[in-house]
Design a protein around this ligand. Structure first.
Ligand code: F6P
Length: 333
């Protein structure tokens, strides 16, 4: 007979993302609703290793959904990559009497970056585990959406709108680097949304003439005197190398802005709050039903779940349709 889950641990790991707090709240409230206790593990895997925890109650997660960051703090742990670190993490779970864990984070946290790491290695040591995809990069293959993506896009757009004012006044070219790790999802969405004449992403080798310089020239011929170019951080050389190419080829007065960590902060959008809430609920439901080694995911309008190993073998390419739309609107043939 399946052992009932009585106490769940929840933690956030890797780069934080707006909406992580809403997911924590949902995990806590759903657990309590189902008669399960909930313990917060602080500082991700680092906290699991060091027994850094906090008891979570109904009240302790009040007024949390609207807050950016993560109340449980986040970290990237080198020690957890070692068998000794993993043993210590398991020992903490035993000491706290945790039957199950919910991990909220990106690919590395769910187990992507190292063999048998992340949640998977804890499952192999007898714990029930469920992952929730939380990263502004939207680069987790099994889910069409990851918590934090929408807010990060909106934050980037807000900054770009401000940049546009000054670029317009000075008739300059602005090259804006957005985050995304090795993927261009964030850059592409932001680029389409702000009407950039060129969007450069790591998934497509860049042809400077066709993808960058010609669209700028065409915009100039159409009467435009300022230009907004979006570059994903994963592009080789980043925004500075693209800025140099533009300045040398066009003599435009060019400024580079790296948006950086500003994209990870701020109050989550309604989309992120809602997605996080549903995902938190689903994670606890799966554990309460005796499931383990699952990742909650969004596919279209539906919340689904995948085996973690299967999920990590999937690949996610850039949305081809959005890429085509971007090219059509920027005049690239
Ligand atoms: O994965 C989220 C992310 O913000 C990436 O977009 C970025 O490459 C990375 O984390 C930055 O990490 P850190 O906060 O450790 O500098």
């Amino acid at each position: 007979m399946e052992k009932a889950v009585r106490r769940i641990g929840v933690f956030t790991s890797g780069g934080d993302a707006p909406g992580m707090n809403a997911a924590i709240r949902a995990v806590v409230r759903t657990s309590l609703h189902m008669g399960i206790e909930c313990v917060g593990i602080r500082r991700g895997y680092h906290g699991l290793i060091n027994g850094d925890f906090t008891k979570l109650t109904f009240e302790s997660v009040s007024d949390l959904s609207r807050r950016g960051g993560t109340m449980l703090y986040s970290a990237r742990s080198e020690e957890f990559k070692t068998p000794a670190g993993q043993e210590r993490a398991v020992a903490t779970c035993k000491m706290l009497g945790l039957d199950a864990l919910v991990g909220i984070g990106g690919g590395g946290s769910l187990s992507g970056f190292f063999p048998q790491g992340g949640l998977l290695c804890l499952a192999k040591r007898g714990l029930s585990v469920v992952g929730i995809p939380g990263t502004i990069d939207n680069d987790i293959a099994c889910s069409s959406y990851t918590i934090g993506y929408d807010t990060a896009c909106n934050t980037a757009l807000e900054s770009i709108d401000k940049l546009r004012d000054t670029m317009q006044s000075h008739e300059r070219c602005s090259v804006v680097e957005v985050m995304g790790h090795r993927a261009g999802h964030l850059a592409l969405t932001v680029g389409v949304a702000c009407g950039a004449p060129a969007v450069i992403v790591p998934e497509h080798p860049v042809d400077y003439e066709a993808d960058l310089l010609e669209p700028i020239r065409r915009a100039r011929l159409a009467g435009r005197t300022h230009f907004m170019i979006i570059v994903a951080e994963g592009v080789e050389g980043g925004a500075y190398s693209i800025g140099k190419v533009i300045e040398e080829a066009t003599a435009l007065d060019t400024r580079v802005t790296v948006l950086g960590h500003i994209q990870r902060g701020g109050s989550p959008s309604s989309r992120d709050r809602i997605t996080a809430t549903y995902m938190g609920y689903e994670a606890v439901r799966l554990l309460a039903e005796g499931k383990t080694c699952r990742v909650v995911a969004l596919q279209g309008e539906n919340y689904v779940d995948y085996d973690i190993t299967e999920a990590l073998q999937m690949t996610k390419s850039l949305d081809q349709h959005t890429y085509e739309v971007m090219r059509a609107l920027t005049g690239v043939h």
